[in-house]
Design a protein around this ligand. Structure first.
Ligand code: C2E
Ligand code: MG
Ligand code: MG
Ligand code: MG
Length: 284
């Protein structure tokens, strides 16, 4: 992971360059306390079926409400947790909490919902992910198919063989595997040959509402390729109705963006689901 930026200058892998030195150490120790003080929670962003605009599932996103600083973005604390090793605990928390909420919603509202949990490459290496996933499925009486794991492209750089083995095992267990932020790294296409993904999440940079003429062409190509590879597509961060229409024509199945809904608290998500269920009953 040394020469990522190219050139001869070799630097140790430090994903959280923005938070360095003392600030970083402070975050690490604050994060340790955050657990015991209940400052961490999960937000749930709807993943919407483009065909009918209904919620099919959610992406679980970690939230940290810091007592002094307020909300700290996962883009800031996840990299810190990754290099300190705390990501294992964070990951177990996210997995457990996501599964717990999902099982509530299955029982009370809709047994077809899924939840998608982000997994860092460090978790693949350090955590007993298979064991943790199996335990959580059992604990909350969930079928493996209701749980999806999202992995990003930096995933395999550390240990591709072991990653491939683990992902195959998870696939065999019946879990969904999504390749997150697709199209932003340079190894994205080869990942599709190396790992058993079933879903591709198109990075939001391909769905911005600027007028670059390349954008719709790239989007079309990605979706078509994904379909030929039998992958389900989730479009992240869609900004315009025009793009929604384009995606519908391309038969892209899901969208996840502020256009539909921001990430919700578990309680807000439950209310949305209840409302959706009521409307369905009325129209039936
Ligand atoms: P991600 O997995 O790609 O998650 C999607 C991010 O895009 C979320 O940011 C979400 O709030 C944001 N987003 C959704 N719709 C829109 C949109 O229409 N426009 C824009 N501009 N953004 C949108 P968030 O929650 O800040 O998370 C940032 C990243 O932190 C995530 O990116 C993921 O890589 C990481 N992360 C979050 N929770 C976890 C976790 O539990 N474990 C791990 N390992 N990483 C996590
Ligand atoms: Mg994600
Ligand atoms: Mg993403
Ligand atoms: Mg991302």
């Amino acid at each position: 992971q040394a020469k990522r930026e190219g050139g001869d200058h070799i630097e140790p892998y430090r994903p959280a360059l923005r938070t360095s030195g003392a600030g970083r150490l402070q975050l690490e120790s604050d994060l340790r306390r955050a657990f015991t003080r209940g400052e961490l929670s999960l937000a749930f962003q709807p993943i919407v079926r483009i065909e009918d605009g209904r919620i099919a599932g959610f992406e679980a996103l970690l939230r940290w409400d810091h007592p002094k600083r307020g909300a700290i973005s996962p883009a800031e604390f996840i990299p810190v947790a990754e290099s300190s090793g705390q990501i294992v605990l964070l990951g177990q928390f996210a997995l457990d909490e996501a599964a717990r909420r999902l099982s509530d919603w299955h029982r009370m509202i809709d047994p077809t919902l899924f939840v998608s949990v982000n997994i860092s490459s460090r978790q693949l290496i350090r955590q007993d992910l298979i064991g943790d996933v199996a335990a959580v499925l059992k604990r909350y009486d969930l079928s493996a198919g209701a749980l999806k794991l999202e992995l990003t492209e930096s995933l395999v750089m550390d240990n591709p063989e072991r990653s491939a083995q683990l992902l195959s095992k998870l696939k065999e267990m019946g879990l969904g595997l999504s390749l997150d932020d697709f199209g932003t790294g340079y190894s994205s296409l080869s990942y599709l040959m190396q790992f058993p993904f079933d879903t591709l999440k198109v990075d939001q940079s391909f769905l911005k509402s600027d007028n670059r003429p390349e954008r719709p062409i790239i989007l079309n190509s990605i979706v078509k390729m994904a379909h030929e590879l039998n992958l389900t597509v989730v479009a992240e961060g869609v900004e315009t109705e025009e793009d929604v229409e384009r995606l519908r024509e391309l038969d892209c199945k899901y969208a996840q963006s502020f256009l539909y809904s921001a990430p919700l608290t578990a309680e807000e998500a439950r209310r949305e689901l209840m409302e959706q269920k009521t409307t369905l009953r009325r129209s039936a």
